[in-house]
Design a protein around this ligand. Structure first.
Ligand code: FE2
Length: 424
């Protein structure tokens, strides 16, 4: 007897009328029109059944702190970093944990079941590290949280950052972070990339760096990141996050750079909601969009994912943990409007993001974890268009969240009792 049988589902790859059978938290069969006894059976009515959303780039130590101690007036990355510096000494573990857990609740409701979060290690107390390690353990039954040791003030620029980063890794933080473009000089940035990749190689860890988050076309640290990835045998385990300077780089240089990134099997993470608001702030008109070159990276075979980055914090005043909103913005800013490109944007917040995190057992296939989201949409493009309601969210076959389908009851003159589903 199966634990759960979902039938008549549409899968993200376009297969329709599919059945997904779940036993002991694992998907045991995916086939068309399967008939089998199950404790629970559900007719998906042709709607989209997807593996869960994955956020490969977030800052959970800062989330839901909007307005503390004040609001970012200029809207720039640099004022955001300064504001975070003002907030850090005021943080308490209790408040941070409460906000992080509240965000994880939002995430689950939106079908977001895996998050890679950076955690600032430039605080000698390592208060946020300890707090998020506790949150990671607490949410483990329902959400995969991966932590990146992030030296926000620069691993070489801040006097205790390197020692703190190593302490954080000793405590169990999963991934090595960095921020080369924020170091004092370009050369220091280069050194920081080399140093941090060496630490990751020694410890057998992955790397995820904030890299070239600027409009400066000469910010080219991603080139060093790709080179160090090859030199240290880290292929497939290194991510360049943001990479916004690529938007402004010379096309000839980019043609060489993208080939090097592909050769290094670098993952790229763009954060469309945040970089469309933070970048171009020093431009008059025209204002650059400041998103990295997503279609070109994908065309070169590079794994590109989209991250949420921020929700209600010193850098961004909006957000709700909705990865469809993230992908929707990415689609617009990168002008990825063909059917194929829109589906790639859906992949950027699901399967591609899972690859960045190195998640095992992710997907809808026999042997995968029964982590699933049923959406009020018939395909990935409709899900993006509607930022579709997450009707049901399962983890290991257990129902975690339900939201009622959205429908407007219309009261139109001469047409009583009309309902609009805003689809078809
Ligand atoms: Fe970030």
């Amino acid at each position: 007897m199966l634990d759960l049988l979902i039938h008549n589902a549409t899968l993200p790859d376009g297969r329709t009328a599919m059945s997904v059978a779940v036993q002991n938290g694992t998907i045991v069969e995916v086939s068309a029109g399967l008939q089998a006894p199950a404790h629970q059976a559900l007719d998906a009515q042709g709607q989209l059944l997807s593996p869960p959303f994955v956020d490969p780039h977030f800052h959970m130590d800062a989330t839901l702190s909007y307005g503390l101690p004040r609001i970012n007036q200029s809207g720039t990355l640099l004022e955001g970093i300064a504001l975070w510096g003002e907030l850090k000494p005021l943080l308490t573990a209790e408040a941070l944990i409460e906000r992080a857990l509240a965000y994880c609740d939002w995430a689950v409701a939106k079908g977001l079941l895996a998050i890679r979060t950076h955690v600032d290690v430039c605080d000698d107390r390592l208060l946020a590290v300890d707090a998020l390690l506790q949150v990671k353990q607490q949410v483990a039954p329902y959400l995969d949280l991966q932590l990146v040791a992030f030296p926000q003030d620069g691993v070489l620029r801040a006097p205790t950052a390197l020692a703190n980063l190593k302490r954080a890794l000793d405590k169990g933080v999963d991934v090595v972070g960095g921020i080369p473009h924020f170091e004092r000089t370009y050369e220091q940035g280069t050194q920081s990339v080399k140093l941090l990749c060496e630490i990751a190689a020694e410890r057998g860890l992955r790397v995820d760096m904030h890299c070239d988050e600027s409009d400066d076309p000469l910010s080219r640290h991603v080139e060093t990141l790709a080179f160090e990835t090859q030199r240290l045998g880290l292929r497939g385990r290194v991510t360049g996050s943001h990479l916004t300077s690529m938007h402004s780089m010379d096309n000839y240089f980019v043609s060489k750079l993208i080939a090097l990134m592909a050769e290094s099997q670098l993952h790229a993470v763009a954060n469309p909601l945040i970089n469309i608001t933070l970048q171009g702030r020093f431009d008059s008109y025209p204002k650059r969009r400041g998103l990295t070159r997503v279609p070109e990276l994908l065309a070169a075979g590079i794994n590109v994912a989209f991250g949420h980055d921020c929700v209600m914090d010193p850098w961004y005043s909006l957000g709700s943990g909705d990865m469809l909103e993230v992908a929707h913005m990415g689609l617009h800013v990168a002008q990825m409007t063909s059917q194929t490109a829109m589906r790639q944007c859906f992949d950027a917040v699901t399967v591609n993001a899972a690859q960045v995190m190195g998640l095992e057992g992710y997907g809808i296939a026999p042997g995968c974890h029964a982590d699933l989201v049923l959406l009020q949409a018939r395909n990935p493009v409709e899900a993006l268009r509607l930022r579709a309601t997450r009707l049901k969210v399962w983890r290991r076959g257990q129902l975690l969240a339900e939201t009622a389908p959205v429908a407007a009851q219309l009261h139109l003159p001469g047409r009583p009792g009309q309902t609009s589903w805003i689809s078809r």
